[in-house]
Design a protein around this ligand. Structure first.
Ligand code: CP3
Length: 385
């Protein structure tokens, strides 16, 4: 059905307005932990074919929405579809994770043509259109891509892990890394612009490996390309909201939010939500960050912890989510219990929350520095932020 952006709680939050209880969706909400996904997945013999068959990808996107009534759908695809669309051979080896042919030279990088993704991504765009057509008007569809650095990691190393070639290249041949990132950035701008034209209501950039980089390289390979991406996408109407997820970035997340201009930041499992909230402008939305292992474990501490995360951000724009993706062996009923628990949360006493959060901007920052034993240097950075 036609999207009604005014009715979408998630978009309200991305506009900087707090909503109670917070809208909820989960990274990797579709996938192997759902029996209906495993059944559907068996109808294609490889994962790239699955992702590029609109009937299958549409169904996989909608499965968790039907089962749990989440507040957003995320396109069913993968961050590695973009390198595949750029012509890099890709396969998902059973039990081993993704394999790409590694880029080894400037000559190989120069052959990548960001303008060439059009044909290959057509089925993905068709999926976006079909999903948008089937979702209720108040349920947003999140389009996504990997962030340029994370995608470059897979393209250069050819596989997941700790990406030794990419990290070495950052010092040994920074020009080659920068070339790959630049091409991926251009292609990503085009790809997400196309997803938006096809019906995505907002977009998310997954920078799963951003946390490996020291601050200077983080600035060069995470902040710089993301800033370019945000500026370029904003320049193309219709303007969409952008969620960035610089996983494990720690304090680098402050500069990330300040400089890239993303509308929301995804918090990984290690982030203390109110501590980060105190350091960020009040109109920047926060997304996250329940530990996926706790979702898998279930029980009373799942619900208590989820409630505590939501309450700790009451009065701030917050999207409830995990700190990383749903694990394949998660019992689906834990997801159901989590969603109903969040939906049923009583509004915290708004007065104390609003006041507490408002005062927190300065006092809280100092306090969190003292609590965690951070030295003056980080507190200095905090007051400068
Ligand atoms: O529900 C959703 O969130 C949408 C679908 C989605 C997938 N991958 C489906 C998938 C999304 C958003 C991704 C993002 C993704 N893919 C990331 C960023 C987020 C993160 O987890 O850090 C990364 C790094 C990848 C790369 C990737 N894809 C790996 C490492 C693997 C193998 C490990 C695994 O979980 O299997 C994949 C495969 C993959 N992507 C599957 C799914 C459902 C499993 C393939 C299958 O079902 O056979």
């Amino acid at each position: 059905m036609t999207a009604d952006h005014n009715a979408m709680k998630l978009l309200k939050v991305l506009n900087g307005t707090p909503v109670w209880p917070p809208p909820v969706w989960l990274m990797r909400q579709a996938g192997r932990y759902l029996p209906e996904y495993r059944k559907l997945r068996a109808s294609a013999d490889n994962f790239v074919v699955f992702c590029t068959t609109p009937g299958l990808a549409t169904e996989a996107t909608l499965q968790p929405i039907r089962r749990f009534g989440l507040d957003a759908a995320i396109l069913f695809s993968d961050i590695l579809i973009l390198p595949w669309a750029l012509g890099r051979p890709l396969r998902f080896a059973e039990g081993e994770g993704p394999r790409l042919s590694p880029i080894e030279s400037e000559a190989e990088a120069a052959k990548l043509d960001p303008a060439a993704i059009g044909r290959a991504v057509e089925p993905v765009l068709e999926t976006v259109g079909r999903v948008r057509g089937e979702l209720a008007p108040d349920v947003p569809l999140i389009g996504f891509a990997g962030a340029p650095f994370t995608v470059a990691c897979y393209m250069i190393d050819g596989r997941g892990g700790d990406f030794p070639r990419t990290r070495n290249l950052a010092y040994a041949d920074p020009g080659l890394l920068a070339t790959v990132i630049e091409i991926v950035t251009e292609a990503t701008i085009d790809y997400l612009d196309r997803q938006v034209s096809a019906g995505a209501d907002c977009v998310m950039l997954f920078d799963s490996w951003a946390g490996m980089l020291p601050p200077d390289l983080f600035r060069a390979h995470v902040i710089f390309p993301t800033t370019r991406f945000v500026a370029a996408l904003r320049a193309r109407p219709p303007t969409v909201k952008i969620i960035g997820f610089p996983r494990l970035a720690g304090l680098n997340a402050l500069a990330y939010v300040g400089e890239t201009g993303v509308d929301a930041v995804g918090m990984d499992t290690t982030t203390d939500p109110p501590a980060l909230a105190r350091l960020l402008p009040r109109d920047v939305a926060l997304q996250g960050n329940l530990d996926p292992l706790l979702l898998r474990a279930g029980g009373p501490s799942l619900l208590e912890t989820a409630g505590r995360i939501a309450e700790s951000l009451a009065g701030r724009p917050h999207i409830f989510n995990l700190g990383h993706g749903v694990l394949p062996d998660t019992p689906p009923e834990n997801v159901g219990a989590l969603v109903s628990h969040i939906r049923g949360l009583e509004a915290p006493e708004t007065q104390s929350v609003t006041q507490g959060a408002a005062q927190g901007a300065t006092r809280g920052a100092t306090q969190s520095g003292a609590d965690t034993g951070l030295a003056g240097a980080s507190r200095g950075a905090i007051s400068a932020a």
